[in-house]
Every structure is written in structure tokens, then in C-alpha cells.
Ligand binder design. Structure first.
Ligand code: PLP
Length: 453
């Protein structure tokens, strides 16, 4: 029963990114099954999954092609490692497939088990690269405040999430941060183009402050996901690329969320017109059915790694054969069903147009989005765009009302976020918008009632 599962869970299970005390009081929602864009909990409630799990179930739940690929590979070869000069068909084939769909000259792949492991790999790889180039003093990696790059020590250090750094000891040495290109939150009143340039030029200031000879790389999510779907002004990424080129600093795109069609391109770097030296992917690579990550590297980096003797880094589950087989099937379905084109030309614009219609709601200060990822900002005053005080917890109130209305939306502070499966239909987009509006109405009532008291 639900109660017995909740009891077991409360007694033995420590959840990631969770206030366990609050969870135990309330009892965890038990998700039992999924199909397409929907999930069902153990009480039989149907939820439209507006977040595709954690931004990953791109092909939706229950895709038989992916399940069949996992089953077949489990029968054939459930595990073998890629250390000590061995390979296996799923890893070799997947590396070649990824090299075909990746932009620029990102033709070599290093497999990991997750997005966080990708970013740990990046730290090791760029330092190894510069050491092999005879520049071992190039160790500093520049990232951004409020970025999310994972939960391992290197991932959390690259990330700019203050609560993670407050746990102590982080960020690791030689990882520094500049400001994010968050126009609504930090650039109101400033022309977006000028704001994008100003935020990008902080990179140059930081490089000069540290000394260019010490800087190894810059890392950023093309669209910051967990930080609140922060879509930079168009001026931002080209300026970042220009600065990286000027000082010969490696550009790393963390496309763990943005990759695999989320923004209407295979990779969001294409949308923003940048060609990174390294590109991280995970999540949508298998539609989240099984853990897998990969770091793609450009010819220059690959050649140095190949010529540089042993690279002392890797994981037991690097290129796990079952995960690689599922990724291959995932990409095959995406290609057969023209999923990326559909996000770019049809369902993405439709969702964005419908999402923008929520902008007339009294609680909404801004809507924004790209492809099938979108956000809206809750505000206390629509004219002055004043935010709610933090203790009002407006985002959490909205998230709960959304769940009650049968829609999973995520709250980052008072920013509400959606990132639905890429197979979402127009009818389901309409349902999503209707439910989101219902959640906003209920949130307005709850917050007004509280204020009245
Ligand atoms: N990088 C980005 C941009 C992410 O959004 C995430 C996870 O949300 C990660 C890295 C970490 O990935 P994982 O949770 O698979 O370790």
C-alpha cells in the first residue's frame, strides 16, 4: 500500500536534494508507472510530466524500442569494461553515431555514467591537455554563479549554487565564478544586448585579473537549467567565444540539459552559434532510461590526449554496453521520427506561443523559453516587477497547486519551469497551459488569503 511504502521510505531512504524532515511529515508521493508524457501515482492520480523526469525523459515513458534494446544487450553482453585496450560494439558504434550528430569537429567521445562525472572528466581533461601542451600552470577553470554542473565535488565546485558551497570545502581550488546572464533577475532596465555583452566581458576581466597564462577553460550551460532556465541575450555566447579564442582558453559547453533536441537543435551550441572545444551530455542521451554521460572533444584536444600517453581517469561504468545500446536506440527513434525538427519547427514554437499567453496573468512578470524548455517569473507587483519576499514561498505554493491540478512544474525560487517530453502533442501542450493557469489562479488566491490574515 502507499502507506507501507511511505513508511519503508521514511525509515530507510535518504533522498537527494530533499528536506527529509519535511518529507517524512508529508509522506513521499509514490510514482508507480509512466506512459508517454504521463505518470501515475499509487493513488491513481494522473500527472502530466511537465519536467520529463529531471529534464531527461525526452521520448516519454514506455518506449518499446529502448526497452527492447536494453533487453537484447543484457542478453548479449550485460557488462564489460573499456579499460586495458578493449572495446565492445555498443560503445564503438555509439561514439561514431555521436560524432555524426555533434557540431564542429567534436569527433571523439569519452563515456561516463552521469552529467556530474562528465564535468569531473572535464576538469581532469583540460588540465591534462594543458600539461601535455607544456603549460601545466594553466589550471584555473572559470564558471558562473548560479550554474549547475552536478553534485560530485568537481561538479558542485564548477556549479555556482551557494547552498552546495556552504557545505564546506567548496569550491575546490582553481575554480572561480563570474556573474550569470540573468536579465530578468539582474539586468532590469538595461538593454538586453548590452547586458549580454557586459556579462560576457566579465570573463575577460576575470582572465586578466588571474593572468591569462593561468586559465585553462571556461564552462557554461548554453541555457542555465537548474538555475532557472536562464536564456542569455543573443550577444552573450558569441562574445564568450571571442574572448576564449583571444586568450586561447578552452570553451566547454555543458549540454547535459540542452542536448538531444531540447532547444530545437541536437545541441544548443548550434542555436547560439558557438563551437565548443569540449561538450558534455547525459540525461536525454538515453531519454533517462539508464544512466549514461559523454564528453565530446574537438580534434585539437583529442590529438593531444591521444599523443599524451595514458590518461589516468575513467569509471567502471564508462560506456556501459546496455546504456550505449539504449542511447543508440534513442537516437535512432529521434532520427526516424524527426524529433529535433519537430521541436524546432512545430511543437516548440507552439508551446512557446501558448506559454507566452500566461504573461497576462497578474502573477506573471516575464515568460521566456526556447524549444521545449520555458520559465515564468512570479511577481508580487506586475507593473514594478517587484518580487515576493522569500518567506512567502510563492514558487513552492505554485508548485503544490500545479501538482494538485495534475501537472508537474518545477520551482526555482519564484521561477516556475517546464521542460516536457519532446513527444508532447499539441493537445497535451493545451492541457499543460490550462493546468499551469489553474495553478497560477490558485496561487494568487492562496497568497492573497495569507496576506489578508
Ligand atoms: N550539468 C547540468 C547542466 C545539469 O543540469 C546536471 C543535472 O541536472 C548535471 C550536469 C549533473 O548531471 P547528473 O545529475 O547526471 O550527475
Amino acid at each position: 500500500s502507499r502507506e507501507s511504502l511511505q513508511q519503508l521510505d521514511a525509515a530507510h531512504h535518504l533522498h537527494p536534494f530533499t528536506d527529509s524532515g519535511a518529507l517524512h511529515q508529508k509522506g513521499a508521493r509514490v510514482i508507480e508507472r509512466g506512459e508517454g508524457a504521463y505518470l501515475w501515482d499509487l493513488d491513481g492520480h494522473r500527472l502530466l510530466d511537465g519536467m520529463a523526469g529531471l529534464w531527461c525523459v525526452n521520448l516519454g515513458y514506455g518506449r518499446q524500442e529502448l526497452i527492447a534494446a536494453a533487453n537484447a544487450q543484457l542478453q548479449q553482453l550485460p557488462y564489460y569494461n573499456l579499460f586495458f585496450q578493449t572495446t565492445h560494439p555498443p560503445a564503438a558504434k555509439l561514439a561514431a553515431t555521436l560524432a555524426e550528430i555533434l557540431p564542429g569537429d567534436l569527433k571523439h567521445l569519452f563515456f561516463t555514467g552521469s552529467g556530474s562525472e562528465c564535468n569531473d572528466t572535464v576538469v581532469r581533461m583540460v588540465r591534462h591537455f594543458w600539461a601535455e601542451q607544456g603549460r601545466p600552470e594553466r589550471t584555473v577553470i572559470i564558471s558562473r554563479h548560479n550554474a549547475y554542473h552536478g553534485s560530485t565535488l568537481a561538479g558542485a565546485s564548477l556549479g555556482g549554487m551557494k547552498p552546495m558551497h556552504r557545505q564546506g570545502g567548496l569550491p575546490l581550488p582553481d575554480i572561480v565564478h563570474i556573474d550569470q546572464p540573468y536579465h530578468f533577475g539582474e539586468g532590469q532596465g538595461v538593454d538586453p544586448h548590452a547586458f549580454g555583452l557586459e556579462r560576457a566581458q566579465q570573463l575577460e576581466q576575470k582572465i586578466l585579473e588571474l593572468g591569462p597564462e593561468r586559465v585553462a577553460a571556461f564552462i557554461g550551460e548554453p541555457v542555465q537549467g537548474a538555475g532557472g532556465v536562464i536564456i542569455p541575450p543573443d550577444s552573450y555566447w558569441p562574445e564568450i567565444q571571442r574572448i576564449c579564442k583571444k586568450y586561447d582558453i578552452l570553451l566547454v559547453a555543458d549540454e547535459v540539459i540542452c542536448g538531444f533536441g531540447r532547444t530545437g537543435h541536437w545541441f544548443a551550441s548550434e542555436h547560439f552559434g558557438i563551437v565548443p572545444d569540449l561538450l558534455c551530455m547525459a540525461k536525454g542521451i538515453t531519454s533517462g532510461y539508464i544512466p549514461l554521460g559523454a564528453v565530446a572533444v574537438s580534434g585539437r584536444v583529442a590529438n593531444t590526449l591521444i599523443a599524451g600517453g595514458e590518461f589516468f581517469h575513467g569509471f567502471t561504468y564508462s560506456g556501459h554496453p546496455v546504456a550505449c545500446a539504449v542511447a543508440q536506440a534513442n537516437i535512432a527513434v529521434m532520427q526516424k521520427e524527426h524529433i529535433v525538427e519537430r521541436v524546432h519547427e512545430d511543437i516548440g514554437p507552439y508551446l512557446q506561443q501558448r506559454w507566452a499567453s500566461l504573461g497576462d496573468h497578474p502573477l506573471v512578470g516575464e515568460t521566456r523559453g526556447l524549444g521545449l524548455v520555458a520559465a515564468l517569473e512570479l511577481v508580487a507587483d506586475k507593473t514594478s516587477l517587484t518580487r515576493f519576499p522569500e518567506e512567502a514561498g510563492a514558487g513552492l505554493v505554485c508548485r503544490e497547486h500545479s501538482l494538485d491540478s495534475g501537472l508537474i512544474m518545477r520551482a526555482v525560487g519564484d521561477t516556475m519551469i517546464i521542460s516536457p517530453p519532446l513527444i508532447i502533442t499539441r493537445e497535451q501542450v493545451d492541457e499543460l497551459i490550462e493546468k499551469a493557469r489553474c495553478a497560477l489562479d490558485l496561487t494568487l488566491t492562496t497568497l492573497s488569503n495569507r496576506q489578508g490574515k
